[in-house]
Design a protein around this ligand. Sequence first.
Ligand code: CA
Length: 473
Amino acid sequence: MLSALIRAHDTAHGGLGLDRSRFNRLISTHWRSGSAARPRPWAQTPLLPREAGKPLHVTSDSAGANVGVDQPWWRSAVIYQIYPRSFADANGDGIGDLEGVRTRLDYLAELGIDAIWLSPFYPSPQADAGYDVSDYRDVDPIFGTIDDVRTLIGQAHEKGLRVIIDIVPNHTSDQHGWFEAALTAGPNSRERDRYIFRDGHGPDGSQPPNNWVSNFGGPAWTRVADGQWYLHLFAPQQPDLDWTNIEVVAEFKDILRFWLDLGVDGFRIDVAHGLVKDPDLTDLPDGPSGHLLKPTTGNEHPHWDRDEVHDVYRGWRSVVDEYAGDQVFVAEAWVPNPDRFAQYLRSDELHTAFNFNFLDAAWDAPTVRKVIDQTLGELRDVGAPATWVLSNHDVTRHPTRFGGGELGLRRARGATLLMLALPGGAYVYQGGRARPGGGLGPSRREPTGPDLQPDGRRADRKGRLPGTVAVGG
Ligand SMILES: [Ca+2]
């Protein structure tokens, strides 16, 4: 079946940037029992090192057309997501770290992947698994140091692997220096203008400024000691930045340059469809239920998928275009309208975006086929490659989603095989075999923010409801 599928793909698409041996390795090693990476007798073919910044040669695009060589590597890459906390622990403190990643680069290269994507390693109080960043230009001591990042990038490049990192622009940690300064400076200050502070409603200002809700439940506003409220679409420890503020815009361009100068090959943008809010902060028309992004055709939602966010990404694109090489942006954008989704991938904006419709699709052939056809169709117009993903740190792993047990595992292998045969890029979530404290089965979710809460909540980090196309960070 596998050989037939590859042959069919080669015939239809003029070949994917993934040869058969790499394909076999990815399929066979992604889920296996045991907790240690073992040498595979059939996986002795080394991945040829390539010079950092040089494009990979691929032969097909998202539409399956033969487009020749010298296309950017990310148009058909397999990218392996690493959640540093649970991937590999080098110093024995029970928490995965960057040195753990570095010592497994040979294994990762052996898999045949093109790049690794590291989930956040920034200094963070860890209120939301590192998506609450207190310093965008450093590394949390539990994961290592900036020098560890530099070494990791250098050695990854030597082995032909690229390195993508997370960037979290919608909000900072409440322990970020800017937010601490905003609290100290008080109302009507330059420091508060970097965030979204407002007076409350009611005679004593004791009601939130509007009816927006947090992805983690409850109001999206928290009151501070002087009586003002600040907006947080996620946890109270994650105050939203004001993206109409020129200091915010300039700061993130500078952060991008910091990491590009260090050699990263791209950025995964957290909550890419967030960032900009309706300046009037209008109420959600349907109350809290209007929090989820409906498949609108216009600029209707007060805080998701605003037209103005595209100005941010045009600015970011101009930054990466200053650099030699093929750095890539991949957007986490929960935008259900295909036309509006495709707008993020216009030629002067982002390169790729996650296709969550594929992840959301049930294990049902007509459903999966429809999603694939729609995805390829909508991206053809903007010339962007498709990006496929079945599991990440925010969702239940697909063997469990597809029924669990041996049946779920078999379906998941089939789904992964299908994903790797599709034109475009594919994201593979870490198998987690080296998780501190023991083995990791194929169905485990990583501990994202809500899992870490003392009340034991296990809500999706996105605030997503089962069976819906939802939005969130
Ligand atoms: Ca450690």
